[in-house]
Design a protein around this ligand. Sequence first.
Ligand SMILES: O=S(=O)(O)c1ccc(O)c(O)c1
Ligand SMILES: [Fe+2]
Length: 349
Amino acid sequence: MTASFDIIRAAYAELIVSDLAASRHFYVDILGLVVTHEDDDAIYLRAFEEYLHHSLVLRRGPQPALAALAYRVRSQAEVTKAATHFESLGCPVEHRASGATRGIGEAVRVIDPLGFPIEFFYDAEHVERYTRRYDLQGTGAISRLDHFNILTPDVPAAQAHYESLGFKVSEDIQDDAGTVYASWLYRKATVHDIALTGGDGPRLHHIAFATHERNQIVNICDTLGAHRRSDHIERGPGRHGVSNAFYLYLRDPDGHRIEIYTHDYYTGDPDNPTLTWDVHDNQRRDWWGNPVVPSWYSEASTVLDLDGRPKPLVERVEAQEAAVTIGADGFSYTREGEAMPEYKLGNQV
Ligand SMILES: O=S(=O)(O)c1ccc(O)c(O)c1
Ligand SMILES: [Fe+2]
């Protein structure tokens, strides 16, 4: 059943972090996100082009985890429709009073059919939009939240759920037997608001922020080096095959994965074509054929239920992508119509 409420975009995430001061240093002093509000329990952050109260909440807690992924809907009436929809699915639904999350109006938080804590809201406090505050922006200025990436065992089932909410697939990764390893879906006119990565789940793979330019991503790397915090860099910088975006993956002090991302493409016309990649194409995840570090496939954040308890994992039944690609990706070639040459770098892992 197609939902009758209108999701606009991925809007904010609430992460549980074990050390608020250490997280503040990473997200504010190094990444440059703007503090809208902070107290002993939480920090509310936004990027430079954002005028809603926050796009990231860091809440102090005993175990690092995802507390919620939040989508903005087009009106307050849609929040009520969202609640009705998920109640009709038999999902746990929590009606949240205005201010239950600082800066957010009346909202609804559900455990969706994939096991994720998802919030739908419209009313939110407006704060100063720092778009032209070049006096405050570092050269690594982050513009806005762009997307969520989640690990879920059954990608086609997860895709069907998001398509029932009005999302459309922009790109996916399959093999010639039709196994789907990953899928990218959108509501706003970019490549994705949500990406589905096949794996044991529910787990959060990453949250992504967008910059306008590649050099801002390079500056973030240089800044991490200057802080002697290069260990926060997990993968990249590089150029994605899927999405064509220039990317960098960081791990925050608790290991939550944050992507900094720029340069994907417009998907707003109704006939936007879906692009399917072969899982054996070693340029699908890095257009330059560089290896995907194993931790990128294996490590992810726990998600919580509405009572704050960690969700148990469901194992993926289909093949794991890291197991079927040739070596650790970058150690192989994919050439149209040519015999397989020797491995690019060394031998298969
Ligand atoms: O690694 S992929 O090229 O598949 C990729 C594409 C877009 C993303 O946002 C991402 O996290 C990963
Ligand atoms: Fe991403």
